[in-house]
Design a protein around this ligand. Structure first.
Ligand code: C2E
Ligand code: MG
Ligand code: MG
Ligand code: MG
Length: 285
């Protein structure tokens, strides 16, 4: 009997031990620890202004390499964080890192803006604008230079339109810029551009890939770009990978470009080097 019960206890403990380890190594648990231990990284991708021939903005993009899961895609990070209720923490972490970057590199970044993606969950939180006010008090260098990227779908489908418009106006009142991200992937009509106080419109990369062959897309994007400019918005083309795509984008009248053709998202030290090299080149001219 003693033998049998010790075998039973041994098996029980092993099962508990392994399921505990398994649980600790599961993706959600790893993401949770990484957020709590501040182990996630933020990369920055240059957005180049063709008319000024320089980087005028960076987009902050979350990056995380897990010892058990390898490189985890930002979309999984966002989705899991949302489920675990940790997404707000992540959003404010990224925004504070941007504040820190501005503070530590004031001279180098004096003409550079940085934009941060904001998911639906964080944005509709009723404390979003008040927290943003607190964070910009803490990091005044963010004013006039931080931009938030909100997808068209988030803007349209999250809360009632008037509520979203007032949320956006709150944000603008703090001197924070607003971009509509992935434009063209949702169902926004052109009236959408008039209703929301956006500063920048980012054409989704899905259109850029097919621009050369697709005359219809070209016509639509030419009109959208024209309208956006009439509404005093900047237009950015995302996902430009090749020279012919750059030419096609130029023909639309778009002057701001983001994509592998110029530069991939880079870790902080490398993006600072990129900017230093660019500014050194400029001052030699
Ligand atoms: P997004 O905001 O539309 O970001 C642009 C995505 O396009 C990035 O993917 C970027 O790496 C990628 N990209 C840039 N240039 C090129 C190119 O030339 N070719 C191709 N194929 N891709 C290019 P990434 O970093 O994987 O992020 C995916 C999405 O995850 C983002 O799309 C954004 O919606 C979300 N995301 C990333 N970081 C954050 C974050 O900190 N917070 C939130 N809420 N969402 C984030
Ligand atoms: Mg974005
Ligand atoms: Mg985008
Ligand atoms: Mg996207």
């Amino acid at each position: 009997f003693i033998f049998l019960s010790s075998v039973f206890l041994f098996v029980l403990f092993s099962v508990l031990h392994w399921s505990f380890l398994y649980y600790r190594r599961s993706l959600p648990q790893c993401i949770k620890r990484a957020i709590q231990n501040n182990a996630m990284e933020v990369y920055f991708q240059p957005i180049v202004s063709l008319d000024e021939n320089r980087t005028h903005e960076l987009e902050a993009l979350i990056r995380w390499h897990s010892p058990y899961h390898g490189q985890v895609s930002p979309l999984s990070i966002i989705e899991v964080s949302e489920r675990l209720g940790l997404i707000d923490e992540l959003t404010w972490m990224v925004i504070r890192k941007v504040g820190m970057l501005f503070r530590q590199n004031a001279e180098l970044l004096k003409d550079i803006r940085i934009s941060v993606n904001v998911d639906r969950h964080s944005l509709i939180h009723e404390d979003f604008a008040p927290t943003l006010a607190k964070v910009t008090d803490e990091w005044p260098e963010l004013k006039g230079r931080l931009g938030l990227e909100v997808t068209e779908t988030t803007a349209l489908n999250s809360i009632e339109l008037p509520l979203m418009v007032s949320r956006f106006e709150h944000i603008k009142a703090l001197d924070i810029r607003l971009s509509v991200d992935d434009f063209g992937t949702g169902y926004a009509g052109l009236d959408f551009l008039r209703r929301f106080p956006y500063d920048t419109l980012k054409l989704d990369q899905i259109f850029i890939a097919s621009l050369k062959e697709d005359q219809f897309t070209r016509q639509v994007l030419t009109s959208v770009t024209k309208l956006a400019k009439e509404l005093n918005m900047e237009v950015v083309a995302e996902g430009v990978e090749r020279e012919d795509q750059l030419e096609a984008v130029r023909e639309l009248g778009v002057e701001r470009v983001q994509g592998y053709y110029f530069c991939r998202p880079l870790p902080t030290d490398q993006v600072l080097e990129w900017l230093m090299a660019e500014q050194a080149r400029k001052s030699r001219l």
